[in-house]
Design a protein around this ligand. Structure first.
Ligand code: GDP
Ligand code: MN
Length: 432
């Protein structure tokens, strides 16, 4: 588990409009936000891109090593690039549980594609952005490799501080963009886009120039940027990230990598895209939680956190850390809660054998605290809860909620505020 993001780093990144999916690499806590969105695999994103006039390499997708070999032959390319398909970035520098190093390989020999694919498919690939044990690779992308003469970075994202879309780019691409943001913030460029007016030619040109595209490449890059922006809008994306957004010695601007996230609220009008959702990378427990409209995130500490809202989840995580503890998981209840959901939530939280204490931190706004309190007491009784439970409730109907808890006769520790709750939860674990 990464250390909590430092306030300074967080502010820097926020100022740079680098939003959750970028932040994800820094801290699993912040990743809470990105999980709200549908993620597609690179090959799915690239299909959408090529269907919309964005330049990507020719490719096939394979589920088995022999399919990968066939695909490599069929491509009939001078050189082939083989890429493991997982949702996390940093694959190039990743390591497989088979021992193979690198989730992205270049070769001129189709036979080698078959051999490498054999060491990828069915094995876990661990990168800077995955859990320690990595993520199982089920598919590989077999693409025509192109020479790259320069790698830049381009992203389009919805930025709260801009109240709309923003282009973020850097002439220093290919590498971990957060390192660039930290060491050379002057190399990160932003271009705010008016969602009504759309992207202006001058904005696309300016970004192309900032990215260092020269001569005829500048127009080509600007054209690609506009097409990417239009795609971003059309598919209700929250982020389109291309790293590297590169150029070839032959004078082509190409999207060598692609990561697209979507706004879950747009599911009703993006049915085809949401149908592509591959939930198999989720932990089974995440899918189980989703069945009850709950969001579950597994972490590697021992304090289970039951919260409402991603912001409160992050705050809870930070404060547990600050008090010397580590969260085991998060369960985000969201709004509009029913008592039965609280019960399911407890069931999921306690299913994790690492859990040694539970911290409930609920702020009742839309949520009625009394419903939460009733759910908690019911769950405690029916699940015969064996670990210490610290509860901090605040907001709507909190007094009734407190009465329900204190009259329940259950060993529930109440906390007056978040700090108090974190201290008590950490202490209850330390005592053991
Ligand atoms: P990531 O590591 O998960 O971000 O995967 P990428 O798709 O970005 O690939 C990692 C790196 O491999 C890129 O930054 C490129 O340097 C390199 N790469 C990917 N595709 C090609 C290609 O077609 N040709 C060449 N020469 N390099 C490539
Ligand atoms: Mn990349």
């Amino acid at each position: 588990m990464a250390a909590p993001v430092g306030a300074q780093a967080r502010k820097l990144l926020r100022d740079l409009a680098l939003r959750p999916p970028l932040l994800a690499a820094r801290s699993q806590v912040v990743q809470l936000t990105s999980r709200r969105w549908l993620n597609l695999q690179e090959y799915q994103s690239k299909k959408l891109m090529s269907d919309n006039g964005v330049k990507v390499q020719r490719f096939f997708v394979a589920d088995t090593a022999s399919e990968a070999l066939e695909a490599a032959k069929r491509l009939n390319a001078k050189e082939i690039v083989l890429k493991a398909q997982i949702l996390a970035g940093g694959r190039g520098k990743g390591v497989f549980s088979s021992g193979l190093k690198g989730g992205v390989h270049l070769t001129k020999d189709p036979k080698v594609v078959g051999q490498l694919a054999k060491q990828m498919i069915g094995y876990n690939l661990a990168t800077k952005q995955t859990p320690k044990e990595g993520v199982k690779v089920k598919k590989v992308m077999v693409a025509e490799a192109l020479d790259i003469s320069r790698e830049t970075y381009l992203a389009i994202l919805m930025d709260r501080s801009c109240n709309g879309p923003v282009l973020v780019g850097s002439p220093q691409g290919g590498v971990d963009i957060e390192e660039v943001a930290a060491s050379n913030p002057e190399l990160i460029f932003k271009e705010q886009i008016d969602i009504i007016e759309g992207i202006k030619d001058s904005q696309a040109q300016q970004m192309a120039e900032n990215l260092g595209f020269l001569g005829p490449l500048k127009n080509q890059a600007a054209d690609q940027i506009k097409k990417l922006y239009n795609l971003f809008l059309k598919i209700d994306a929250t982020q389109v990230e291309v790293n590297p957004f590169g150029e070839t010695p032959e004078g082509q601007v190409v999207c060598f990598d692609a990561k697209i996230n979507f706004d879950d609220n747009a599911e009703f009008r993006q049915k085809d895209i949401f149908a592509m959702d591959d939930k198999s990378e989720n932990e089974p427990i995440e899918n189980e939680a989703a069945r009850y409209d709950l969001k579950y995130i597994g972490l590697d500490g021992n304090i289970a956190c039951f919260v409402n809202g991603a912001g409160l989840a992050m705050a809870t995580c930070d404060i547990i850390f600050l008090n010397g503890g580590k969260p085991a998981n998060f369960l985000d209840l969201g709004g509009g809660v029913k008592e039965s959901q609280v019960y399911q939530a407890f069931k999921l939280l306690t299913a994790d054998p690492k859990v040694e204490a539970i911290l409930v931190n609920i702020f009742g706004g839309i949520v009625n605290c009394a419903i939460i309190a009733n759910g908690i007491t019911k769950a405690c009784r029916e699940l015969e809860l064996k670990v210490p439970l610290v509860v901090r409730l605040e907001g709507t109907n909190v007094h009734e909620a407190q009465n329900i808890l204190s009259n329940s006769g259950l060993p529930i520790t109440s906390a007056v505020d978040l700090e108090d709750a974190a201290k008590k939860a950490v202490a209850s674990v330390a005592k053991k």
